[in-house]
Design a protein around this ligand. Structure first.
Ligand code: HEM
Length: 491
C-alpha cells in the first residue's frame, strides 16, 4: 500500500475514533467564538505561528471572553486582567479546577499538586505551602539556601575568567539546587553527573512542552498519541526523573529520624506514617513522587528562564544594568552578600525585575483551569468541567496598564518619586486559588541571584546591543528566550 494511502486511512480511522469518544458537551451558553468544524474544531482558523497568536487574533473579533474549540473540546479564553480577575478571584472556588496539559497528562495522571483536583489538590497544596514556609522557622530558611547557592555560583563563574558562556546551564543549576535543597535536603555540585543528567532531562522536557508539536498535540492527543513524537520523549524523561526521586525516597525512608525531619520528603513520610490507617489519605507513594516531580517541573525552568531573559535584557540595555549596579553599590556595597531585606531599599532594581518578568511573559497562556460546577459568567453559562485558559500575556501586555507594553521600560513600575509602583495587571504568577505556590520563593530567587551576580560581575556580549534579538525561541505553554552567549567579567 502506498504511504499516502496508508496515512489517509490512518487519519480517517483516527478521526472516527475521536468521533466515538465522549467529550464534555457544551450544554450551556458558551461565550462566542469562531465557528468550529466537527472534530477538527477551529483547527483551520488557527495561525501557523501557534495558539497564542491565534487567540490574540480571535480576541480582536470576539472581545475579552470567547470560546475556541481545540479539536473537539471547547475552551473558554479569558483575556485582560479584568476578565481574569472576575473569574479566578471573584469566583475563586468555581474556577479553581485544574485542566490537563495533554502532552504531560499521561505522566502525571492527576497526581501531584500542579495537576491534582478536589480534596487531593487541597491536601497537597496545604502540605507543600506549610512545609516550605516552615523552612523559615528553626531550620535553615529558604532565603539562607538561596544566598548560599548565589555564592556558589559566584565562585563557579569566577573560574571562567570572563570567557564567553551560554548562561542556561548555570541558571538551571542554581534554580534546580534550590528545589533539591527543599525537597532532598541537599544541593548538588555543578559537575555532579547525576545532577547534570537531571538538568538535561528537565530542560529538554520543558522545551518540548513549549514546542509547536505540543500545541498540536493539545488539539489531537487522542489520535496523535498512537504515533511517535515529542510526547514519548517527554514521558521517557519524566519517568526517568520519577525513578530518581523514587530512589531518593527509599534512602530517606531508611535514614528517617521522626524527631527531626530535614526536608520535604522526610516531612511527607511522617505524614504518611501518621495517616497510614486512613484508607482515603492522599499521603501515598504516588502523590509523593508526583508532588516532588511537580515542584521540580514548576519551580526550576520557570525561574531559570526568567533569569535567562533578565540577563539578555541587561545585555541589550546596558544602561539599566549600570543603574542597578549603582543601587547595589549604594545600598549593599561591594562585599556584603545581598539579603532579602535590601529589596525594600532598592526600588529601581525591584522595578527592573518586575519589568523582566513582564517581558519574559513566561507562561503566556497560564496553566489550564476547569470550572468545578455549572457557572454564570458575564451573561454566559459555562458547564461544569469546561476548560478555561487565563491568557496572562494579555494582562502583562495591556496598553491600559503599561504605557508602552512592547518596550522594556522599568519606569512601568516606578512612580514620579522613584518608588516602586504596583500595577494590578502584573500577574505573571496568575491569581486566585491556583496562584503560583512558589511565588515567594521565585521572587526571592530572582532578587538574590540577580543582585549577587551584578554585585560581582559586569556583563558583556559579543553582539552589539542594538543587534540583540529578543524574539522567543519557542512560544507555547512556555515562552523561551533565544539562545545567547555572555561574558561575566569579575568586577
Ligand atoms: C518566575 C518564576 C515562576 C513563575 C512565573 C510561575 C508562574 C506560575 C503560574 C502562572 C502558575 C499557574 C497558576 C494558575 O494555575 O493559574 C504556577 C503554578 C505553580 N507554581 Fe509557579 N511560577 C514560578 C516559580 C515557581 C517556583 C519556584 C515554584 C516552587 C517552589 C513554583 C511552584 C508552582 C506550583 C506547585 C504551581 C501549581 C499550583 C496549583 O496548581 O495549586 N513556581 N506558577
Amino acid at each position: 500500500m502506498e504511504l499516502t494511502v496508508f496515512l489517509f486511512f490512518a487519519l480517517l480511522i483516527g478521526l472516527l475514533l475521536l468521533l466515538v469518544r465522549r467529550h464534555p458537551k457544551a450544554h450551556g451558553r458558551l461565550p462566542p467564538g469562531p465557528r468550529p468544524l466537527p472534530l477538527l474544531g477551529n483547527l483551520l482558523q488557527l495561525e501557523r505561528r501557534g495558539l497564542l497568536k491565534s487567540f490574540l487574533k480571535f480576541r480582536e473579533k470576539y472581545g475579552d471572553v470567547f470560546t475556541v474549540h481545540l479539536g473537539p473540546r471547547p475552551v473558554v479564553m479569558l483575556c485582560g486582567v479584568d476578565a481574569i480577575r472576575e473569574a479566578l478571584v471573584d469566583q475563586a472556588e468555581v474556577f479553581s479546577g485544574r485542566g490537563k496539559i495533554a502532552i504531560v497528562d499521561p505522566v502525571f495522571q492527576g497526581y501531584g499538586v500542579v495537576f491534582a483536583n478536589g480534596d487531593r489538590w487541597k491536601a497537597l497544596r496545604r502540605f507543600s505551602l506549610t512545609t516550605m514556609r516552615d523552612f523559615g522557622m528553626g531550620k535553615r530558611s529558604v532565603e539562607e539556601r538561596i544566598k548560599e547557592e548565589a555564592q556558589c555560583l559566584v565562585q563557579e563563574l569566577r573560574k571562567y575568567k570572563g570567557a564567553l558562556v551560554d548562561p542556561t546551564f548555570f541558571f538551571h543549576s542554581i534554580t534546580a539546587n534550590i528545589i533539591c535543597s527543599i525537597v532532598f535536603g541537599k544541593r548538588f555540585e555543578y559537575q555532579d553527573k547525576e545532577f547534570l543528567k537531571l538538568l538535561r532531562l528537565f530542560y529538554q522536557s520543558f522545551s518540548l512542552v513549549s514546542s509547536l508539536f505540543s500545541q498540536l498535540f493539545e488539539l489531537f492527543s487522542d489520535f496523535l498519541k498512537y504515533f511517535p513524537g515529542a510526547h514519548r520523549q517527554i514521558r521517557k524523561n519524566l519517568q526517568e526523573i520519577g525513578a530518581f526521586i523514587g530512589h531518593s525516597v527509599e534512602k530517606h525512608r531508611e535514614a528517617l529520624d521522626p524527631s527531626s525531619p530535614q526536608d520535604l520528603i522526610d516531612t511527607y513520610l511522617l505524614h504518611m506514617e501518621k495517616e497510614k490507617s486512613n484508607p482515603h489519605s492522599e499521603f501515598n507513594h504516588q502523590n509523593l513522587i508526583f508532588n516532588t516531580l511537580s515542584l521540580f517541573f514548576a519551580g526550576t525552568e520557570t525561574t531559570s528562564t526568567t533569569l535567562r531573559y533578565g540577563f539578555l535584557l541587561m545585555l541589550k540595555y546596558p544602561h539599566v544594568a549600570e543603574r542597578v549596579y549603582k543601587e547595589i553599590e549604594q545600598v549593599i556595597g561591594p562585599h556584603r552578600p545581598p539579603a532579602l531585606d535590601d529589596r525594600a531599599k532598592m526600588p529601581y532594581t525591584d522595578a527592573v525585575i518586575h519589568e523582566i518578568q513582564r517581558i519574559a511573559d513566561l507562561l503566556p497562556m497560564g496553566l489550564p483551569h476547569i470550572v468545578t460546577q455549572h457557572t454564570s459568567f458575564r451573561g454566559y453559562t459555562i458547564p461544569k468541567g469546561t476548560e478555561v485558559f487565563p491568557i496572562l500575556s494579555t494582562a502583562l501586555n495591556d496598553p491600559h496598564y503599561f504605557e508602552k507594553p512592547d518596550t522594556f521600560n522599568p519606569d512601568h513600575f516606578l512612580d514620579t518619586n522613584g518608588a516602586l509602583k504596583k500595577n494590578e495587571a502584573f500577574i505573571p504568577f496568575s491569581l486566585g486559588k491556583r496562584i503560583c505556590l512558589g511565588e515567594g520563593i521565585a521572587r526571592t530567587e530572582l532578587f538574590l541571584f540577580f543582585t549577587t551576580i551584578l554585585q560581582n560581575f559586569s556583563v558583556a556580549s559579543p553582539v552589539a546591543p542594538e543587534d540583540i534579538d529578543l524574539t522567543p525561541q519557542e512560544n507555547g505553554v512556555g515562552k523561551l528566550p533565544p539562545a545567547y552567549q555572555i561574558r561575566f567579567l569579575p568586577r
